[in-house]
Design a binder for this molecule. Sequence first.
Ligand SMILES: NC(=O)c1ccc[n+]([C@@H]2O[C@H](COP(=O)([O-])OP(=O)(O)OC[C@H]3O[C@@H](n4cnc5c(N)ncnc54)[C@H](OP(=O)(O)O)[C@@H]3O)[C@@H](O)[C@H]2O)c1
Length: 279
Amino acid sequence: MKKIVITGATGLVGSRVVELLSDKFEFIPLASKDMDITNKDSVHSVLNGLSYDLVLHMAAYTNTKAENEEEKAYQINETGTQNILDVVNSAKKEFIYISTDFVFDGEKPPYVETSIPHPISTYGASKYAGEKKIGTDGMIVRISYPYRSAFGPKKDIIRTLKTLLEAGKALTMVNDSLMVPTFIDDIAYGLEYLMNNYSREIFHLVGKDAMSPFALAQTIAKTFNLNGSLVGKTTYDEYFANKPKGPRYSDIRSEKNTFYAMHSFEEGLHIIKNQLNLL
Ligand SMILES: NC(=O)c1ccc[n+]([C@@H]2O[C@H](COP(=O)([O-])OP(=O)(O)OC[C@H]3O[C@@H](n4cnc5c(N)ncnc54)[C@H](OP(=O)(O)O)[C@@H]3O)[C@@H](O)[C@H]2O)c1
């Protein structure tokens, strides 16, 4: 069985990957208490003390809106990535870096594997800095707006909106931008293939459809029999007038994923409904 060191194993995506694939791979899950990736000595001593075939590097600074924490974002996403890569390279092992649609500016969609990144936020720029450290020394897998049925420590955007609608709260959602929600179970199964068929390339593992946040919220309301009239509309310019911006038309697609059929958003939500015993 292939041995996988996974960083960020306590996170939203990483914990589900371990949950779903632990009968297929031998995982060595690492949290920040086990190895602070910004600490070069810690990374060297922990990784060099382990026997593994591949490092799946999911740990990251993930706050997309913290423009005032630039140094921390780069320390974790760029320096942390470099620290791990150095050790993995000298051990001649495989390395997969999980990245994001936020490396693109969202001005000229769609974005495929060959599109040129041009981030507009600190988070996006720090993740792109991590990508540049890797270059052709590893695999880069970009994901976008991951969601799953349950995870105590962190709410994804779908569970955030669902919880607000369940509480009868009115939402104001952007109607003139695009995003691609991705079912985390699909990310896990796509990664299963990529970990078994490693190559030093870029892949996008993203959902089947791009939609506006307004349409996303409406679909959640419809699927879970919640009150869709609570979902109001606004524009991208109005909503982000005084807030850090994300890419506007974040229509990320894959031209290379011929190995795992990602679900549509509606399909993903129906699977979640089933997982929550709501069907
Ligand atoms: N969530 C999204 O919307 C999204 C979208 C696109 C791409 N991604 C990418 O997907 C990956 C996983 O994201 P996620 O949402 O699952 O993350 P998350 O839930 O925010 O968890 C972050 C993980 O990183 C670890 N971490 C943070 N700083 C660390 C450090 N200095 N040393 C070691 N570990 C550290 C945390 O460990 P502790 O719990 O021990 O602190 C935690 O396991 C990331 O690379 C992210 O950039 C996420």
